[in-house]
Write a protein that binds this ligand. Sequence first.
Ligand SMILES: Cc1cc2nc3c(=O)[nH]c(=O)nc-3n(C[C@H](O)[C@H](O)[C@H](O)COP(=O)(O)OP(=O)(O)OC[C@H]3O[C@@H](n4cnc5c(N)ncnc54)[C@H](O)[C@@H]3O)c2cc1C
Length: 461
Amino acid sequence: MITRSIGGVSTLDGLIADLPDGMVVTDPAITDGYRQDRALDPAAGKPLAVVRPLTTEHVQTIMRWASAHRVPVVPRGAGSGLSGGATAIDEGIVLSTEKMRDITVDPVTRTAVCQPGLFNAEVKKAVAQHNLWYPPDPSSFEICSIGGNIATNAGGLCCVKYGVTTDYVMGLQIVLADGTAVRVGGPRLKDVAGLSLTKLFVGSEGTLGIVTEITLRLLPKQHRSSTVVANFATVEAATEAVLGVACQMRPSMLEFMDAVAINAVEDKLKMGLDRDAAAMLLAASDERGRSAAEDAEMIAGVFAEKGATDVFSTDDPDEGEAFVAARRFAIPAVEAKGTLLLEDVGVPLPRIGDLVGGVARIAADRDVMISLIAHAGDGNTHPLIVYDPSDAAMAERADRAFGEIMDLAIGLGGTITGEHGVGRLKRPWLANQIGPEAMELNRRIKAALDPENILNPGAAI
Ligand SMILES: Cc1cc2nc3c(=O)[nH]c(=O)nc-3n(C[C@H](O)[C@H](O)[C@H](O)COP(=O)(O)OP(=O)(O)OC[C@H]3O[C@@H](n4cnc5c(N)ncnc54)[C@H](O)[C@@H]3O)c2cc1C
């Protein structure tokens, strides 16, 4: 029998013996790289080990061992998360899915069955070989895993028309805290047997089980897009233009960048963005044939009517993609200006102007730089609070602004997170949003599935 010795590798002897050679890594030179995700939580712990399984059976072995010894397990995909959901815990292990990379595609049912460690971009590429399309497209699609996308219910740029990750998950294989492997859902186009457990696991941030296999719904290849880019002299005009488009049509993209983001991207990419604009909107239509161009004309008309200072339309996919790439690059570009506290607040669409205006007021009151980018058509904004951690007073003001922005969103009937997840960083605000009854329901479900609280403790719920 294995006994737990705090901080000692001896704790792991049984696990090492039960798994293939080299699967359990304890070398701090390697494990240190698994302590944080992109939220860079300074409170990250030092894990006993990083374990990199290949199969569901390996994950079961890990969870049986963890459950027997009550060792916390932090599931990890690619570590691109922005809420501290994959932050390591002292005396815990990190279970990294990075080596679980199989995928098979069935063009007849238009489904793919894959392991969780593939990058989103790799899933897109594999299904494109069959003329199929996996729509959800987080800006991080080249550096995030599909398992992480399932665990956070990731969004992205095309979600305004095509929905988010959960809309494409037909089934999952999950390993529970006690090592039981369970299948929920599957490649059936209609299936209402039992409770909707697939939906329960999507977005559960590694707190209810480890996702080891995913059945994805695919669409036929996307049509060629027409893209419209417009600059505005005020953010109010830009948010009014978002509402103007939303009430007339369903674009395949409707994104927002403020002046700080425009300038930060232009500093790096030098593609001729308007440095004097207060805001830029980027919209697209991917309707079939002439309809895309007609939609683009309608969008351009709304932008002009709402006061755009200039409007540019193109049906050249490369030109359109250059603007999309600029929008995707906004977070790394603003990050070059300082350390980021990254928000993910969302509101019902009619309140987007109030949210954007409120964030600007908080920036002024707290005297911190806050850049704002948004999946505007979803009402989902990313205020990026930029600060210098070596300036204690500024760090304190940034911290306060972080909380105030979530309070603002809740007050507007919105959410503290539209797509990145609660993780560890936003957990103190969760109860304020969902209320005590829903909070209690969350806790009861967690306790039923993970009574020892070993799956990602401290995250999400
Ligand atoms: C520049 C940049 C842009 C981004 N843009 C977007 C965007 O547009 N939309 C968006 O939604 N997100 C975005 N993100 C955030 C991030 O990429 C997503 O949250 C992504 O889904 C995380 O995937 P990951 O593989 O990196 O997961 P990780 O960061 O490794 O983990 C995220 C969470 O999932 C859990 N988890 C991971 N794998 C599993 C599994 N197999 N089973 C159970 N739990 C698991 C972890 O415990 C953790 O709670 C962005 C990030 C960056 C750095």
